[in-house]
Design a protein around this ligand. Structure first.
Ligand code: ADP
Ligand code: SF4
Length: 705
């Protein structure tokens, strides 16, 4: 829950009036970026969204909501400048030629409509593109393997390639200007762009004037900046996105050394410095491994002392006080955000209107990132409307009003029940929320109590805060409802968000029958093992046959205790799903560093004589492992008992309830899925015929003209 605005003590009375009116006024000052001027200091930096050139209407509507929410600059994701940099199957932007202009213009028009500037990140990915669609060989400063797991190499760029590339970049800049962009990027970050690959010595072993000394390695970037400025600098601001540090120590770019030297050499070249750390997993660190807001400032903080041009930086910035401090102390001119703008597109307006307690704070889970990695439209744990702006017409702050004044009951206060309650209440329905436990929050309370996940509690805090402000919600804690009790309440519309529980019989991805012999050892669910730490006999096996994130978190959480922990999984790495949230390496490193023994590629066949009999998933060969206790993270069982009995009563003609089961009770998934299903149910309640006729959601169809 956000703090109220700061105390005005010690401020003189005239100043105090101004301060009371707008304590964050400095965040709403304009900034000059070359020939263009922002309306404030809130800057949505380029971020991927799984929409790109494939879903231009969805893309335009998603960016437009951010402009509407007050962001002064709204950027695209990477925009490929040529088919020799084709990121398929990832859905990024394209500015290959003039044919891409109309789709891009949808976005710039939509953003301009709300008074924001539109920015585009021109990209040639070098050996970071596999060119699976175009089938053109990739090219890079050196001949080397492409960055994706595909047995293919990029060829070394010739002088002709370099000159072609510069011409493509210039042409793309002109097309971007014609598409209506106000700010155009030269991009050297994330290990994802050919300009950065030229700068980094371990990717550039050339002996010509583009290799060797830093001046030589910077030559291409300097040319791009100069040529872009020459081509469009009279009408567009030229931004330079540069990763000052690779977080590899002496093995990579370091901000104290070459990172700084690059800023010194190009100090006045761009109109805007957009600075961060590389690669993507370092730039977009999750809260599990990086709890600090503004964690990039120690790296990028020096840039402003070198250039007179404005500087934008990121670091999951969600706190207005911290934003103000960064501007006041001269660290940043513009508050950059990708994830905070996804979690709350209305963040700037909420600060302006002094509704900071209503900010939906990013929890740092990277579910947004995972959707880009799966090439599907962006989604967000905190903001279930993200990605649904066009296809469902959703907006995070506006929802259609109630149709009638019927009462509704929501059973269960996990993420699904809480979101459903908030949205039904916003619509104006009289909502009763009942929770069996004495605290609201369901699975989030447990998960956010585990090592590294405390920020996840914001999902509950932000929603309970809003519920407490509403006078049309009645909350009953310690109230386990039954079909009889519901009958006594006399409410006809029932949303069941009763959640799910982890099964303990070993059924999971690799087997559909229970593991035999579990009766001979202590078997725990994830919740039980955390509560029973004192009584556990080691060795404790953490068995992960779900292969999501939780087993890895549990092993990490328990590893500080004095029990020998052995992580066993049929997967080939720990928590493979966390690759999609850019965390897998950190997850596995954390377990290794805390002494957890890791056994991959093995399923548990049976337990006998306090021994786990392991079977190799490839060869079927058997090994044995001492095992006194086990925590099962394999699969969940939806809690449908109440739903089943209510449906039966309807079926028997005893009642005629309008019943909807939501969240993990309907189908267990991510917290983001539970929130989304709660939101969807609230949106669909008393849907109009027009809503129903429109179908589930709109689709972008290829034009057959
Ligand atoms: P989801 O992720 O779908 O929101 P959770 O498992 O997080 O589901 O939350 C489900 C919540 O529902 C839990 O807090 C649980 O205590 C509560 N609950 C389950 N059954 C009942 C019931 N019969 N009456 C009231 N609350 C219930
Ligand atoms: Fe933040 Fe998670 Fe939403 Fe991404 S998905 S913006 S990390 S809350």
């Amino acid at each position: 829950i956000r703090r109220p605005p700061r105390s005005t003590q010690g401020v003189s009375s005239a100043a105090s009036d101004v301060y009371k009116r707008q304590p964050y006024s400095q965040l709403f000052e304009s900034v000059q970026i070359g020939p263009v001027v922002t309306k404030n200091r809130f800057y949505q930096v380029p971020h991927c969204c799984g929409m790109g050139h494939l879903r231009p209407r969805a893309h335009a509507a998603m960016r437009a909501v951010k402009a509407k929410g007050g962001w002064g600059v709204v950027s695209t994701e990477e925009a490929e400048i040529h088919p020799s940099s084709d990121l398929a199957p990832y859905a990024e932007q394209r500015v290959w030629d003039k044919k891409d202009i109309p789709a891009l213009k949808l976005m710039t028009d939509a953003v301009h409509e709300h008074g924001a500037l539109a920015a585009i990140e021109l990209t040639h990915s070098g050996h970071n593109s596999t060119n699976l669609f175009s089938r053109i060989p990739a090219m890079s400063p050196n001949a080397q393997a492409v960055n994706f797991l595909y047995p293919k190499q990029a060829r070394r760029m010739t002088k002709k390639d370099i000159s072609d590339f510069r011409a493509w970049h210039r042409r793309a800049a002109l097309n971007a200007r014609d598409a209506g962009f106000d700010i155009v990027y030269v991009y050297a970050g994330h290990g994802m762009s050919v300009a950065q690959q030229f700068i980094l010595p371990d990717m550039n072993n050339r002996t010509d004037e583009y290799g060797g000394s830093l001046e030589n390695r910077l030559r291409l970037t300097r040319e791009l900046l100069e040529e872009t400025k020459e081509a469009i600098g009279d009408s567009c601001g030229i931004a330079f996105r540069f990763a000052v540090d690779e977080l590899k120590g002496k093995d990579g770019m370091q901000f104290e050394e070459e990172g700084r030297a690059v800023v010194e050499l190009l100090a006045e070249h761009p109109d805007l410095w957009d600075v961060n750390v590389s690669d993507w997993s370092n730039d977009s660190q999750t809260s599990r491994f990086q709890t600090e807001e503004a964690y990039q400032m120690p790296y990028v903080g020096f840039v402003k002392s070198i250039t007179t041009k404005p500087v934008v930086g990121v670091g999951r910035l969600t706190s207005p006080d911290l934003m103000l401090k960064l501007v006041k102390q001269g660290t940043l001119d513009l508050i950059g955000a990708a994830r905070p703008s996804i979690a709350d597109p209305y963040l700037p307006n909420k600060i302006k209107e002094q509704k900071t307690d209503q900010i939906k704070e990013c929890i740092g889970c990277n579910i947004c990132v995972s959707s880009d990695n799966f090439s599907v439209p962006i989604r967000c744990t905190q903001n279930p409307t993200m990605g649904e702006e066009w296809r469902r017409g959703w907006d995070p702050e506006n929802i259609k009003p109630n149709v009638t004044d019927q009462k509704v009951l929501v059973v269960g206060s996990g993420p699904s029940g809480l979101e459903c309650t908030v949205q039904l209440a916003r619509r104006g329905y009289q909502v009763t929320l009942a929770e069996a436990k004495n605290n609201l929050g369901g699975r989030v309370l447990f998960e956010s109590s585990l090592k590294g996940l405390s920020n996840w509690k914001r999902v509950v805090d932000n929603r309970t805060h809003e519920i407490l402000q509403k006078n049309n919600v009645e909350v009953y804690k310690d109230s386990r409802l039954t079909a009889e009790l519901i009958g006594e309440l006399g409410i006809n519309n029932i949303f069941l968000a009763t959640g799910s529980s982890w099964r303990k019989d070993g059924i999971g991805r690799s087997r559909r029958s229970p593991i035999q012999g579990l009766g001979g050892i202590s078997v725990y669910s994830p919740e039980e093992v955390v509560q029973s730490l004192e009584d556990i006999n080691g060795p404790l096996v953490v068995y992960d046959d779900e292969q999501g994130y939780l087993a890895g978190v549990i092993a990490d959480h328990l590893s500080s205790e004095k029990v020998e922990i052995i992580f066993v999984t049929p997967a080939s790495v720990v928590s493979p799903w966390t690759d999609s949230t850019l965390e897998q390496k950190r997850v596995q490193a954390s377990l290794i560093n805390s002494g957890v023994k890791i056994i991959c590629n093995q399923s548990i066949k049976k337990i006998e004589n306090k021994t786990a009999v392991l079977e190799c998933v490839f060869s079927g060969s058997i090994t044995k492992l001492p095992c006194e206790s086990i925590v099962m993270v394999t699969e969940r069982i939806s809690d449908t008992a109440l739903y089943d009995s209510l449906i039966q009563n309807n079926f028997d003609g005893k009642t005629s309830y309008n019943i909807k089961i939501i969240g993990d009770a309907e189908a267990p998934g991510l917290i983001a899925d539970a929130v989304y299903l709660g939101h969807l149910a609230a949106q669909n309640f008393e849907a109009s015929d027009a809503d129903i006729q429109r179908g589930m959601f709109m689709r972008e169809m290829p034009s057959l003209k």
